[in-house]
Design a binder for this molecule. Structure first.
Ligand code: ATP
Ligand code: MG
Length: 324
């Protein structure tokens, strides 16, 4: 069987460093490895599982698509598509839901987190999110999924579903594994929880200017006294430091330990490195977002290619489940 890879990012806002380091870096690495056939979707259907606004989604899903192209996802090497263009994935999700208990979904930490975040939007769509994600992956019989560590509970569900469908109906779904990167968990700038598109104040966007990045990094709460325990904002600072300025961070850490660190020096060195790292992305983005026809064409061609694969799985699944 071909080694397939599938991943997606929700169209719920502008991409941030967590999405870039935890997901896109891995997506690119696998795209450039000829052993894999890579499929990357903009998860716009997933975006309706939490409160959203119609106009925001319409533009947001295209913006994420442009982000993909600007970050180096290449339609010559990967199948890039919009999730909602492949309605078959939703159909497959319904079939898969027949082997999942409600209790299993209700106990997921990701589900509980989202209910806490949106107490008035505890919907069936939200409860079903992990099943749709399993369908996204299994529809392509993907065995590897480059996503951040926060998605591990969902991958566990996908593996359980694959096992059950294989045992019950004789399908041959692989049990998908996560492909991890160094930045698999980027903490929030506030020091609490992870960086998330939908948590304001938590992120640095890939499109932020040098000045915005500097302002945001400076705002990371750090202990007033150097030399204390590394928690909260300090943890975020050191984590980003290890990724963007590893050598300097060793020195800053020593300064911190012996109480001589000036946080602003560390923060400014870090924000400068982040801004520099994002420069090529931002330049490419400016160019691609002007080329409307190109983006339209890639979206259309990606859907055509993805649909061929999904149709095959859907046909097999319906037939094995007694629906043909
Ligand atoms: P939302 O707030 O809408 O859930 P999000 O920022 O959590 O947005 P997702 O679209 O849910 O982003 O996730 C897209 C990809 O980015 C997934 O692979 C996810 O694991 C990864 N990811 C999200 N946040 C982080 C983070 N802070 N660190 C590392 N990876 C992350
Ligand atoms: Mg998320």
């Amino acid at each position: 069987m071909i080694n397939r890879v599938l991943a997606g990012i929700r169209a719920t806002g502008r991409l941030h460093l967590g999405n870039y380091l935890g997901a896109i870096k891995g997506m690119i690495e696998l795209q450039n490895n000829s052993e894999y056939e890579t499929l990357y979707m903009v998860a716009d259907t997933h975006a309706i599982t939490t409160p959203y606004n119609v106009e925001g989604l319409k533009t947001g899903r295209r913006e994420v698509f442009i982000d993909y192209l600007s970050a180096g996802l290449d339609p010559e090497k990967s199948i890039l598509f919009l999730q909602s263009d492949i309605g078959e994935q939703v159909e497959i999700a319904f079939y898969l839901s027949s082997v999942v208990s409600i209790a299993r979904m209700q106990h997921l930490p990701t589900y509980k987190d989202k209910v806490t975040q949106y107490p008035n939007s505890n919907t069936m769509a939200l409860l079903n999110y992990p099943i749709l994600m399993a369908a996204d992956i299994l529809a392509y019989k993907a065995s590897l999924v480059p996503v951040g560590v926060d998605q591990e509970p969902h991958l566990e569900v996908a593996r359980e579903i694959a096992r059950k469908m294989n045992q019950t109906y004789g399908m041959d779904f692989p049990e998908p594994k996560r492909f991890a990167t160094q930045g698999e968990y980027i903490p929030s700038l506030t020091g609490e929880g992870k960086m998330s598109k939908t948590v304001s104040g938590s992120y640095i966007n890939l499109t932020d200017s040098k000045e915005e990045i500097q302002k945001k990094v400076r705002s990371i709460p750090t202990a007033t006294e150097a030399g204390g325990e590394i928690t909260g904002g300090l943890k975020t600072l050191f984590m980003l430091g290890r990724i963007f300025i590893p050598d300097e961070t060793i020195r800053f850490k020593e300064d911190f330990m012996n109480g001589t660190l000036r946080f602003v020096d560390f923060k400014d060195a870090l924000s400068e490195a982040i801004a520099k790292d994002l420069e090529p992305f931002q330049e490419k983005r400016a160019q691609i977002s002007r080329d409307t026809e190109y983006v339209d064409r890639v979206i259309k061609e990606g859907a055509e290619k993805a649909r061929v694969i999904v149709k095959k799985t859907l046909h097999e699944l319906k037939s094995k489940m007694g629906l043909t």
